[in-house]
Design a protein around this ligand. Sequence first.
Ligand code: ATP
Ligand code: MG
Length: 327
Amino acid sequence: QRVVFSGIKPTGRLTLGNHLGALRRFADVQYTGRCVFSVVDLHALTVDHRPARLRALTRETATLYLAAGLDPDACVLFRQSDVPLHAELSFLLECTAYVGELNRMIQYKEKGRGRPGTRVSLLTYPVLMAADILAYRASEVPVGDDQRQHLELARDLAVRFNRAYGTVFVVPEMAPAQVAARVMNLQDPRRKMSKDDPDDAPGTIRLLDPPDVVRRKVMRAVTDSGTRVRYDLEGSPGVGNLIEILGGCVGEPDLESLADRYTSYGSLKRDVADAVIALLEPLQQRYADLADDPGTVEAILRKGAERAAELAAPTITAAKQAIGLAA
Ligand code: ATP
Ligand code: MG
């Protein structure tokens, strides 16, 4: 059976990168197998956070899942902290993982290694992520390209645990987006567009940005001093990123031929702005309706948590049994 798991951590307002790399693709797979999607709020505790903002972002992220078209009757949608089994399995996997391999994680190196005030949980965060995935015996994980190394770790831990104690886990495959798997910042196209960018960052498109804001950000995107529109991420990362975004929005995987249709940066940017605005419009409309009705969102999350716990329980029981706990 096809089992899909993915999550987004509520550390900031979701970006176009989150949508093209992950969220949008959740709705595409939801009728094709068992699909489990989580707002992974425990992960948000691994970096400096404020409780009230975390709660608000968790609600906003869950609402955006629904606004992006997730059907709570077809998939399981829940808040990670409502299902304590994640933390429990994470500990078993911490007893499978090595300090050395966590220390080598790129995101840890970039975000915390060697800095005072870095939380222990930032180091162990990829293990909790592995637990999220392995708990559901997910076969597939739709995530952006930046998660490649973490997914590799989840696979390694599954294999290592299975070899040591007997087969409990399914080894998951990463399912990257065909195009726009790594959307870059419009002002600094060598850097990933991230929801941790400052709220008013001009190079970061938020899913709830109104159309005029989207257009302004796209029109001011950094390109280069050349004039030819070509798809070359190395030589011309700003233009390449705009073409990736356009291809992602309109569903055109052949980015070279997409680039060939343009003779100026101005016309490319206009089409990118139009495509992003068109992609976000229905989502924003549904968001506005749902935001008026927080009770419904909360009820969906609670029901989802119950279902998630049911699905994960047999895996944890088997893992505890295998590793020498339980009777
Ligand atoms: P942070 O920078 O704090 O890690 P984030 O924007 O990467 O924030 P995550 O919660 O880590 O958010 O990621 C949610 C999902 O969105 C993941 O599948 C991730 O790979 C994907 N994603 C994040 N940023 C991008 C991006 N710029 N392009 C494509 N996919 C992305
Ligand atoms: Mg990330």
